[in-house]
Write a protein that binds this ligand. Structure first.
Ligand SMILES: *Cc1c(COP(=O)(O)O)cnc(C)c1O
Length: 467
């Protein structure tokens, strides 16, 4: 009798009654628990065919619970961004300030005054929660908020230039990663692209000659991720504003990564600010919420009241609007700009921008040994100077002196030769519960520590890194 039992797999019902089986059922439901037990049994059947001993019911249930727990992990994981690119689009761009996180949590937990004015008891406007702040910080007359800067371009062109020509310099017809191509957005907005000038040189006269009764808008687009160098000429914002005004058409400046502060006060290269663009006479200025600004994904349309109102009344606005969470995060982020002296501490994005190489180098010193121990004999870990970049097409040529750890395969170590071993290491670090994302250059895995806040968590996770 006993012999017969040992030659059989445990039944699903028996496994469900074990401690892990009951835990699996209470956490994930009967159907999922039974399904995972069947899955575990199927894999045990394969291993027992190869001579492995039969598992008991408790073991099967343990494996099933593990399967369920693993499948329940969030798909979007927190990672250690050690790529050296601060605003990494694929890694979610800006890390939000604590004030914004709190504001989002509060907005999520309860009903809010999103479109409600408690004083009058009447309907309110959702964008008003940030409009006052944006006006205060930029001097703009009015504000309209949308899903991102790409949506801002779409909405503005559709509102001001549908069936009409949008006049843009040929040197500014940009493509940004992830299929944002200005000509395509224009076409979808219903605007007719009117390119003027040449790739490297565009003059005021090119714009003047192009303006006619069919013109809907004159547009300037920040060449975010590239630079035209050498024999070049561009038309200044002030000149474009004057030319557009002379023809009675709006002038729109797509700043892309808009900034509200003079970055040179933090030791960075000065970038044209939203205030600069408005001061030059732009009728509308468009910019992103999660690039240099350091807030949540959002698109700002700021400027002339009549034009902003026209955008807000466009039926498309409804499809592009922000929800209560992002408006709450935007409001909290913008409030930090009221105190620019503290901004390098309160706004993570700016904190990363301004971290000194010496500080990062010191951190590399603290982490070198724990990392070397975790990686074992096969790798040599050393401290190395690095160059970080801003990312997301903001200040494309600007690099920041940084530091980090370099992992090289040791000849004669377990690795199958330098490059391959480093790639395997990189894959294994990415497979950790909180993936560690570095970059490979010259057969070394480079971990730029500029954006590493949680040093303790980084070290703790290395403990579980089995060689
Ligand atoms: C990045 C960028 C955009 C798009 O911004 P998103 O917020 O990512 O939609 C549009 N225009 C310019 C010039 C940009 O640099």
């Amino acid at each position: 009798m006993a012999g017969e039992f040992e030659t059989r797999m445990p039944g699903v019902d028996v496994a469900l009654r074990t401690i892990s089986g009951q835990l699996a059922r209470s956490r994930f439901g009967h159907a999922a628990a039974a399904g995972a037990i069947r899955e575990a049994l199927a894999s045990f059947r394969l291993t027992t065919q190869c001579g492995a001993p039969l598992p008991d019911a408790a073991h099967v249930a343990d494996v099933a619970l593990e399967i369920l727990v693993r499948a329940d992990l969030p798909s979007q994981k927190a990672v250690f961004n050690l790529t050296g690119t601060i605003l990494h689009t694929n890694l979610g761009r800006a890390i939000l300030p604590e004030a914004a996180i709190q504001a989002v949590v509060n907005a999520m937990r309860s009903a809010t005054t999103l479109e409600y004015d408690p004083a009058s008891g009447k309907r309110g406007e959702r964008d008003d929660h940030v409009a006052g702040l944006v006006r205060e910080l930029t001097g703009a007359e009015a504000v309209c908020m949308v899903n991102n800067a790409a949506a801002a371009v779409l909405l503005v062109l559709n509102t001001l230039s549908r069936g009409k020509e949008a006049v843009v310099s040929r040197g500014e017809l940009i493509e940004i990663g992830g299929s944002f191509r200005l000509p395509d957005i224009m076409a979808r907005a219903g605007a007719k692209l009117r390119e003027v000038g040449t790739t490297n040189r565009t003059h005021a006269a090119d714009f003047e000659d192009a303006l006619c009764a069919r013109t809907g808008v004159v547009m300037k687009v920040h060449t975010s991720n590239y630079l035209v160098q050498g024999f070049t000429a561009t038309v200044s914002g002030a000149d474009l504003a004057r030319i557009a005004r002379g023809a009675g058409v709006p002038y729109v400046d797509d700043l892309g990564s808009g900034t509200l502060v003079d970055l040179s006060r933090y030791g960075l290269k000065r970038e044209r600010t939203v205030q600069d663009a408005l001061g030059e006479g732009a009728d509308l200025v468009l910019f992103s919420g999660d690039k240099l600004l350091g807030g949540p994904q959002a698109g700002f349309i700021v400027g002339r009241k009549d034009l902003v109102r026209a955008c807000a009344r466009n039926p498309l606005k409804r499809t592009l609007r922000l929800d209560k969470m992002r408006l709450a995060a935007t409001e909290a982020t913008l409030k930090l700009y009221r105190n620019p002296d503290m901004l390098a501490q309160t706004l993570p994005t700016l904190r990363y921008f301004t971290r000194s190489q010496a500080d990062i180098h010191e951190q590399a010193g603290r982490l070198m040994l724990p990392l070397a121990e975790a990686l074992g004999d096969g790798f040599a870990v050393s401290i190395t100077p690095l160059m970080s970049q801003i990312g997301s097409g903001a200040l494309p040529l600007e690099t920041l002196a940084s530091a980090g750890l370099s992992c090289a395969s040791v000849p004669g170590g377990k690795g199958r030769g330098g490059g391959k071993a480093v790639e395997v290491l990189s894959t294994r670090l990415r497979a950790l519960p909180r993936p560690v994302i570095g970059r490979i250059a010259q057969d070394r895995l480079l971990l730029d520590l500029r954006c590493l806040d949680d040093e303790a968590a980084f070290i703790e996770q290395l403990r579980g890194f089995t060689r």
